[in-house]
Design a protein around this ligand. Structure first.
Ligand code: HEC
Length: 332
């Protein structure tokens, strides 16, 4: 009996070590989360305007939280549904993933969530009810949003018209439901954005991290090292099937762009005669001012060039760099 006990103990220790060094304990004990506070963001006209600029523009919140007409170039919002939420219309998700109704509707929306619950969800990935938010919501990218921009977003979201839109709860399939609990990371210190003296490249970096995440291809371990902004993310949904483009200054990227072409592409969804897929949120970026678009372009000019051909006009073939299929994959 004594030996059996020892063997069992050894097995338990081995299992504990295996968990510690592989998936970690978060799947069992729940996500890392900070307690919310009762802080309220003062509603000022400046914050309302800045929040609107970010939420309906650069941050792309509406790509998921507003049902859209995907058949029209630029995917305009369905009228009367701003930020009212939807079951995400994507075929390959593990379960039913619902982008929440963020409007201040008392029954089906966010009226009862506190400012800090909403703020924590956006940058730290914890829902108002304490659950781990499914990481398709890009909270890792929003993490660098400054405290002031975050407050502005919340102030704007609080101001939109309430829309009654009952939705089912998100249901993430096993085992993903448990594995995602390792993703959220609390933020406990102040986050500042680029100051008034910041260079265009620094300002551009801040904006690009928030707005252009789809161009960084990821695998199970996170962003693929060496392919940052090199494209390769496969995006399938009501807009069709498309792979995100290489936006680095390499010849296989957007090395041939000038500032005017960049601004035009981001506002209109046309690169000269070529039409971009509407999952590229140019319908939302159209409100971005020239200064910000120029700053994003300046930053993208400064990132390391990545040699990675992605061409959505060609049939998908295997690419050894990003290890998936996309147009011109066999040329890499
Ligand atoms: C790529 C899609 C996507 C984008 C872009 C996105 N979200 Fe979300 N968001 C989701 C999904 C899906 C959920 C719910 C996930 C779940 O229930 O696990 C969510 C959850 C939330 C929640 C938490 C709701 C709750 O129940 O507590 C808030 C707040 C939120 N999003 C705000 C935003 C804001 C603000 C932006 C833009 C800055 C944004 N989201 C951009 C998909 C997205």
């Amino acid at each position: 009996m004594k030996t059996l006990g020892k063997i069992l103990l050894a097995l338990c220790l081995l299992l504990a070590a295996a968990i510690t060094f592989t998936i970690g304990w978060r799947p069992f004990i729940g996500p890392r989360a900070r307690a919310t506070t009762s802080r309220q963001f003062e509603r000022t006209p400046e914050r309302l305007a800045r929040g609107r600029y970010l939420v309906i523009g650069l941050a792309g919140c509406e790509s998921c939280h507003t049902p859209k007409d995907w058949k029209t170039h630029g995917a305009p919002n369905l009228p009367g549904m701003e930020l009212a939420g939807q079951i995400l219309p994507l075929p390959d998700l593990p379960g039913t993933i619902v982008a929440s109704n963020l409007t201040p509707d008392p029954e089906t929306g966010a009226a009862k969530w506190s400012d800090d619950e909403m703020a924590r969800a956006i940058r730290e990935g914890i829902g108002h009810d304490g659950r781990t938010i499914f990481p398709i919501m890009p909270y890792a990218a929003y993490r660098s949003t400054s405290d002031e921009d975050l407050a502005a977003m919340v102030v704007y979201i609080r101001s939109v018209a309430p829309v009654r839109n009952p939705l089912p709860p998100t249901q993430v399939a096993f085992p993903v439901k448990y594995l995602i609990r390792g993703v959220p990371q609390p933020l406990t210190s102040a986050v500042s954005g680029p100051g008034p003296q910041a260079s265009p490249v620094e300002r551009g970096k801040y904006l690009t991290v928030i707005g252009c995440g789809c161009h960084i291809p990821t695998d199970q371990k996170g962003p693929i090292r060496g392919l940052e902004y090199g494209g390769g993310e496969f995006l399938k949904g009501p807009w069709g099937e498309v792979t995100s483009a290489n936006i680095t200054p390499d010849a296989s990227g957007i090395g041939y762009y000038d500032e005017a072409l960049f601004i035009q592409a981001l506002r209109t969804g046309y690169v000269k005669a070529r039409k971009l897929s509407s999952i590229m949120p140019f319908g939302e970026f159209t409100n971005l001012n020239d200064d910000d678009l120029k700053a994003v372009f300046a930053y993208l000019r400064s990132v390391p060039p990545v040699k990675h051909r992605v061409d959505n006009s060609l049939p998908p073939t295997y690419c050894k760099l990003c290890r998936r299929k996309h147009g011109a994959g066999d040329q890499n």
